[in-house]
Write a new protein. Sequence first.
Length: 76
Amino acid sequence: MEQIIDIIKEIKPGVAIDENTKLLDDKILDSLAIVSLVAELSDEFDVDITARDIMPQNFETPAAIKAMIERLEDED
């Protein structure tokens, strides 16, 4: 979880984030930030995040992102 939060903080410095922060509702992530986040997460966790995975519920909170990554790791 800390790795995910650290990556988000690199993309959006100065924003207070915990595992339940509403990244979309609070407008922390926009479409450009999501594209950057997908690239960073793919590299960091060695997972293939496809267009099918880029949906709001997978990026709603850091906890949702963690769940998506765990699911993708299990698929490998």
